[in-house]
Design a binder for this molecule. Structure first.
Ligand SMILES: *[C@@H]1O[C@H](CO)[C@@H](O)[C@H](O)[C@H]1NC(C)=O
Ligand SMILES: *[C@@H]1O[C@H](CO)[C@@H](O)[C@H](O)[C@H]1NC(C)=O
Ligand SMILES: *[C@@H]1O[C@H](CO)[C@@H](O)[C@H](O)[C@H]1NC(C)=O
Length: 264
C-alpha cells in the first residue's frame, strides 16, 4: 500500500508540520511552479513567545555622530555571479554599531590593557530574568526618575524603554543628540540603591548627550555591570521576561555587537 504521505500536497504537509513543530519556516513551491523565494523577516517568533530585541544591521541605521547612517558595511568578496563556487561576504563595522554591549575597557584604559573585553563578559549576567520598564517620557534618566521607578531589590537585569522608542530614533538615519539617556546622578543612584547589573537602553548609548562619559564611568568602574545599548523595545509589554544576549567573543574589543532576545 502506498504511503498516504505521498498524496499530501505541500500545503497540507506544511499544516501538519506546523502543528507538529509550531513553526512554519519552510517555503512552498507556488502554484505556477516557481519557488516562493521571499524570506520571512520577523520580530516575534513562536506565536509571541520570543521577541527579537536586536536591531537588524542595515546601511540606513543611525551610527554615532553621523548624518548619513552606517552606510555600506557588507561586501560580496566572492560572488557566484563572478564565477565563484559560493557567495562569501565580508563586513566592516564599528564595534558600537546597532545592538551592542559595552565592556569595562570602553572607558577605562587600565581595564582595556588588562583585558576586560567583550570575551570576558559574564554570560550568566547576559542571560536570565529581566524587567522591561517604561521610563517617564518627560525627562532623562536622573536619580529622581530612577527612584520613581521603584525597581525592587533583587532585580538584576532591567531594560529601560524611553522616549527614544516612541520617537523611533533607531529608525532614523541621522544621529539625534536629543535622545534620552542616563545622567550621572541617575547612574549613581542605580549603582548605590539597586541590584541592577545589566542595564539595557533603547538608543546608541546609555548616557545622555550632555555628559557622555560620567554615566559610563559610574556603571563600568566596578566591572560588575554590563551595558547593553540600542535595544529594539517596540511593541513589547512591560513586565518580566527572560533576556538572552550573546555578544561575539571578540578578544581585545571593548564591546561587541550582540543578538538579544526576550522570552516570555
Ligand atoms: C565581480 O567582479 C568584479 C571584478 O573583480 C567586481 O568589480 C564586482 O564587484 C564583482 N561583483 C560582485 C557581485 O561581487
Ligand atoms: C550570490 O550572489 C549574487 C550577487 O552576486 C546574488 O545575486 C545571488 O543570488 C547569490 N546566490 C546565492 C545562491 O545566494
Ligand atoms: C535629555 O537630554 C538631552 C540632552 O542630553 C536633551 O536634548 C533632551 O531634550 C532630554 N530629554 C528629555 C525628555 O528631557
Amino acid at each position: 500500500m502506498k504511503s498516504p504521505w505521498i498524496l499530501l500536497t505541500c500545503s497540507e504537509f506544511l499544516t501538519i508540520l506546523t502543528v507538529a513543530l509550531a513553526s512554519s519556516d519552510a517555503a512552498c513551491p507556488s502554484p505556477n511552479g516557481g519557488e516562493d523565494l521571499k524570506p520571512q523577516r520577523r520580530e516575534v517568533y513562536d506565536g509571541g513567545r520570543i521577541f527579537d530585541i536586536s536591531h537588524r544591521l542595515r546601511p540606513d541605521m543611525p551610527t554615532w555622530g553621523s548624518k548619513d547612517g552606517l552606510g555600506q558595511f557588507l561586501w560580496l568578496s566572492e560572488s557566484m555571479k563572478n564565477g565563484s563556487y559560493t557567495n562569501n561576504s565580508e563586513m566592516k563595522l564599528p564595534i558600537h554599531t546597532g545592538t551592542h554591549v559595552d565592556a569595562p575597557g570602553h572607558v577605562f584604559d587600565r581595564y582595556f590593557d588588562a583585558g576586560f573585553d567583550a570575551d570576558s563578559l559574564d554570560l550568566g549576567l547576559l542571560n536570565g530574568p529581566a524587567l522591561l520598564v517604561d521610563v517617564p517620557r518627560d525627562e532623562n534618566i536622573t536619580a529622581e526618575v530612577m527612584k520613581s521607578l521603584h525597581i525592587p531589590m533583587g532585580v538584576r537585569r532591567v531594560l529601560f524603554r524611553t522616549l527614544n522608542t516612541d520617537r523611533r530614533l533607531m529608525w532614523k538615519k541621522e544621529f539625534d543628540t536629543s535622545y534620552v539617556g542616563f545622567t550621572k546622578d541617575g547612574a549613581q543612584w542605580l549603582v548605590e540603591n539597586t541590584d541592577i547589573k545589566l542595564v539595557g537602553v533603547d538608543y546608541l548609548t546609555v548616557a545622555a548627550y550632555t555628559d557622555l562619559l560620567s554615566p559610563h564611568l559610574v556603571f563600568l568602574e566596578g566591572r560588575d555591570i554590563i551595558i547593553v545599548e540600542c535595544l529594539k523595545l517596540d511593541d513589547i509589554q512591560v513586565g518580566i521576561y527572560s533576556v538572552h544576549c550573546l555578544p561575539l567573543r571578540l578578544l581585545g574589543a571593548e564591546g561587541s555587537p550582540t543578538r538579544c532576545i526576550l522570552i516570555k
